[in-house]
Write a protein that binds this ligand. Structure first.
Ligand code: GLY
Length: 367
């Protein structure tokens, strides 16, 4: 018998994040610089592709890159494994090779799908993320999580694959529908509540300007959020058991269960996370020592932004069973990220089913 221990050095990844108005017109030069590609598959959804696809293609071609645009239908339901097969076939037809790149131009759905296609195509090609929704600019565009949803749960098939570059152009937020703006603000509030009390206090001061879509306030929210998120993912890229990245799942235990139970229809991800934060806020007060005032600060921000207050009447049994299939479930059960105080999340912990059930019912789930 032979017993060999192979220690592979972790591949070091570098992700260059550039934030600036008008950056979209410099996508080509940025992609060349960060990936060294000659050929690029630009992936978008039909809506964003219509708005910004030509500008992105022009910039890529001006930089001497051969580029073609591939689009998927807008919405969470495009983040499905079935979408990957035609995408891979197109990457093949375009002749995307190891040194070439995928560019994701869109919100969280496009980033997750195109990023996962890049992670798996030829066992991994470089990719550039151009997040165009507020949610993707402040959260999902940075940190290298890519995935597709399954009927059993959200993001169950995926990979960590850091984008070589993240190009954030806050000017594109001007065309973002207001509902998507609100959904993005939910993730800004989450970052503040879970990891950055200063960010939370700043959101409290700026919330009315943010809710109204004032460009300077949104751009500042993007920069502050990316800095907060970068600190967390640099300390714990792979979301180790009990590591700091787990804090970013605040609101996601119930949020993902809501989305899965609804078959990824009806609510945007940020809206489901807002509801999940209301549940996690209630549990934090009951189980983690969050003060009533702290919980109220969270609830008030969600209210001023105009995020949903009550869960849709999903049977509580269905929500609990969706939580059981979530990938964040530990061996012993569902673990919750709670916030003992504003700006600080605790290590995920088990909460009894009885207590969770009553918090879900109180938040609007059906008995
Ligand atoms: N969106 C949570 C994370 O990137 O870890």
């Amino acid at each position: 018998m032979a017993d060999l221990l192979l220690r592979f050095p972790q591949p070091a990844a570098v992700s260059r994040v550039r934030i600036g108005r008008g950056g979209l017109d410099r996508l080509g030069e940025f992609t060349r610089r960060t990936t060294g590609a000659r050929r690029v598959a630009l992936v978008s959804d039909a809506r964003v592709g219509r708005l910004y696809g030509d500008r992105a293609l022009r910039s890529l071609r001006r930089a001497g890159l051969a580029a073609a645009l591939l689009t998927v239908p807008p919405g969470e339901r495009s983040k499905r494994p079935e979408r990957l097969v035609p995408l891979w076939e197109l990457l093949g037809a375009l002749g995307i090779r190891r040194g070439d790149a995928v560019v994701a131009l869109g919100g969280g759905v496009v980033g997750d799908l195109a990023g996962f296609a890049a992670a798996t195509w030829l066992r991994g090609v470089p990719w550039v993320c151009v997040p165009t929704s507020l949610l993707a600019q402040v959260d999902s565009g940075v940190g290298g999580k890519t995935a597709v949803d399954l009927a059993t749960g959200k993001n169950l098939a995926g990979a960590f694959h850091q984008p070589a570059g993240v190009l954030v152009d806050p000017a594109v937020l001007a065309t973002l529908p207001v509902r998507h703006r609100r959904a993005g603000l939910a993730e800004v509030i989450k970052l503040g509540m879970a990891v950055d009390a200063r960010l939370f206090r700043w959101v409290e001061r700026a919330v009315r300007r943010l809710a109204a879509g004032e460009p300077a306030a949104l751009a500042e929210a993007v920069t502050r959020s990316i800095r907060a998120k970068a600190r967390v993912v640099l300390a714990d890229e792979r979301e180790r058991e009990g590591g700091s990245r787990t804090a970013l799942n605040f609101g996601h235990t119930a949020g993902h269960a809501i989305e899965t139970s609804l078959g990824y229809r009806g609510l945007l991800h940020g809206e489901a996370v807002a509801l999940g934060m209301r549940v996690a806020g209630a549990l934090s007060e009951r189980q983690a020592g969050l003060s009533g005032a702290g919980r109220l600060r969270l609830e008030s921000l969600l209210d001023v932004v105009g995020l949903p207050r009550r869960l849709p009447p999903i049977p509580v049994r269905r929500l609990l069973s969706a939580m059981e299939s979530d990938k964040k479930r530990g061996l012993k059960g569902v673990r919750w990220v709670l916030t003992p105080r504003v700006g600080h999340a605790s290590v995920p912990r088990l909460i009894s089913g009885r207590i969770v059930r009553s918090a879900l019912l109180e938040a609007g789930a059906a008995d």
